[in-house]
Design a protein around this ligand. Structure first.
Ligand code: EVA
Length: 598
């Protein structure tokens, strides 16, 4: 357990957190000379850069946009006092890896670009003065990084990222940075698990602290009335006539955790908490014991200019659009998102399939097209696999630790479209699932998204998941356009083969969709025109509605998004139901109507 990793920065009676977001200094380091030249102390010839943001789309030149290698950030921050507290820095993420220095001293380094980076700077920080913060980051991809990919060096020496995945390799300090001060004796982490009995609920909690003083936990309702209280590092809050957190009808309590010494509060942490249960029973997904059909999207953190940079207005707009379509769920394809997405989903009653950045586990820079061809790339049979597994386990651990208390997170996805047809893959993923199941205090369903090669007869991993997630493009990559009737025939054929296996688990489509240009209309329809997106969807819906074990449809994608350039991508992936500007294509109206009563 990493101190403060999972605890989002909050201000309470005993804690402060100050955002360090703003304009920082920045420099590319293509020759990796920064360390030698002591850029952690000071960087000459730096340029200004906003934090948080991806760097790629801020510039007007090709080199900066596609830069791959080391790059540095620096800023100065004032620390008023340091007595009787721990001072920490917390980055929502540094993509894909980073080393943090304060006043020239190395504080921490972190691998993985989508989870928090924390450093305790108490011993190096100077009170009543400006302190110097430098970050050396790197955005290269390899076959033991999550996500997977490689680096190509052009003849002129320029390095380029070669993702084995279909989204632009946006990098940088893409999430907020906080300076945090907490008491020496403090709350390090907590978990809370609800169970229901009649109209009442029990919230079993466990608090981890670094001291021995008493722990007190209270629960307040939305009007601020204390409804339950308990003491001890482990205990249960009994809530009479509990208001449940329901899908699209959220109710959140406020959980208050204190370390106390008599009447004195040594540390305090507060968070919104939703009481709900999730469970898979036969082919049903149950929330609070009631079946839920998942309606929604695979998404990306992606927008013009800011790339993958966190932005509250975008969160708001995306939720408004999702609510307008009558959706109730999304998958954080293909990496854990900024924590604020989950906080807002808690508020809005959305369900989340929370996905770790295990994408690209198939050796191809066009795996979206290779998926389904039967190609086998020996991915899990190479010497890099032990290092990959180590990273994968660590990132699953960090994700579950970070997201475990969100009511919205009802399942964890531990992969997207790896090669699953070998015993090597089975051995690899058995370890990942085993670890994830040990880690989640709520024992949520664990899953992963399977591509078409993971067919019922060949897949060696479907038995590991609690519910099946299928990514299928019958009518797009397979038998598109005028051949769509064949596509649907093949789709039924596959579903019947799954049905014959009698797995008795829910099946959810975590991807289906067509690239569609918002500008294109055509009668009769052609691929890429809006009419075709609608026809494809209507044909897919007929398949979904045939099998009662199909319990959800998350279309690919919520909005158009940026990818690596290539002949199969027209300034990005155009499978959005909304444009990249978050305006509806015709398909958005189709979903709004279908999901109203589904
Ligand atoms: C696609 N297909 O082709 C999508 C990708 C996605 O963007 C996939 O999981 O199978 C992938 O990342 O549009």
């Amino acid at each position: 357990m990493l101190d403060q990793l999972s605890l989002y920065p909050r201000i309470t009676h005993t804690r402060t957190s100050v955002s360090l977001d703003g304009m920082w200094h920045f420099r590319f380091d293509p020759e990796s000379i920064g360390e030698q030249e002591k850029w952690m102390d000071h960087m000459d010839s730096s340029i200004s850069i906003p934090v948080p943001s991806s760097f790629a789309d801020l510039f007007t030149d090709q080199y900066s946009k596609n830069y791959c290698g080391d790059f540095w950030y620096e800023t100065d921050f004032f620390v008023p006092k340091t007595e009787n507290c721990r001072t920490m820095l917390r980055f929502g993420s540094i993509t894909h890896r980073g080393t943090v220095y304060v006043n020239g001293v190395k504080i921490t380094e972190h691998e993985g670009g989508f989870l928090p980076v924390i450093g305790d700077i108490t011993d190096v920080v100077k009170p009543g003065e400006f302190n110097h913060l430098a970050v050396k980051a790197n955005n290269e991809l390899n076959e033991s990084s999550l996500p997977c990919g490689s680096v190509k060096t052009l003849q002129n020496g320029t390095k380029l990222a070669f993702p084995y995945f279909d989204f632009f390799n946006y990098s940088g300090i893409q999430r907020s940075v906080y300076l945090i001060q907490i008491p020496d004796e403090h709350i390090q982490d907590y978990s809370a698990v609800s169970s229901l009995s009649g109209n009442d609920a029990d919230v079993a909690y466990e608090v981890i602290t670094n001291g021995e003083h008493e722990v007190r936990v209270s629960l307040f309702d939305a009007d601020g009335n204390k409804v339950a209280e308990s003491s001890g590092k482990k205990g249960t809050l009994h809530v009479e006539n509990a208001h449940l957190w329901n899908v699209r009808k959220a109710y959140l309590y406020n959980l208050c955790i204190q370390i106390v010494d008599g009447e004195k509060v040594i540390d305090e942490y507060m968070e919104r908490y939703g009481i709900r249960t999730v469970e898979i029973k036969g082919t049903k997904i149950l929330v609070n014991g009631n079946p839920v059909y998942l309606k929604g999207f695979g998404k990306h953190e992606d927008f013009d200019i800011i790339g993958r940079g966190f932005n509250w207005p975008l969160v708001k707009r995306d939720f408004e659009c999702m609510k307008w379509t009558n959706a109730n769920c999304f998958r954080t394809s293909h990496y854990p998102y900024a924590e604020e997405w989950y906080q807002f989903a808690d508020e809005e009653g959305f369900l989340i399939i929370d996905e770790v950045a295990a994408v690209g586990m198939m050796r191809s820079t066009r795996n979206f097209a290779v998926a389904g061809t039967g190609n086998y790339t020996y991915f899990f049979e190479t010497p890099t696999v032990p290092a990959l597994l180590k990273n994968h386990l660590l990132q699953v651990e960090e994700m579950i630790e970070r997201d475990k208390n969100h009511a919205s997170v009802f399942a964890f996805s531990l992969f997207n479209e790896p090669e699953t047809t070998s015993t090597y893959a089975h051995d690899y993923f058995s370890k990942v699932f085993e670890r994830a199941r040990e880690l989640d205090p709520q024992h949520r369903p664990m899953t992963g998204a399977f591509e078409k090669n993971s067919a019922p007869e060949k897949c060696q991993c479907y038995m590991l998941v609690d519910f099946m997630c299928l990514n299928r493009y019958y009518g797009w990559y397979i038998s598109g356009g005028p051949e769509i009737s064949d596509a649907i025939y093949k789709f039924h054929d596959e579903m019947q083969r799954w049905q014959a296996k009698k797995l008795n688990v829910p099946f959810v489509f975590t991807e289906f969709g067509t690239d569609t240009l918002a500008t294109e209309h055509k009668l009769p329809s052609v691929m890429w025109a809006q009419e075709y997106q609608n026809e494809y969807l209507e044909e897919n819906f007929k398949v979904f509605d045939t099998y009662d074990f199909i319990q959800g449809e998350l279309v690919w994608n919520f909005a158009d998004f940026q990818t690596t350039e290539g002949i199969m991508r027209v300034n990005g992936n155009k499978k959005g139901v909304f444009t990249r500007e978050r305006q509806p294509k015709d398909a958005a109206f189709t979903f709004r109507k279908r999901w109203e009563n589904k």
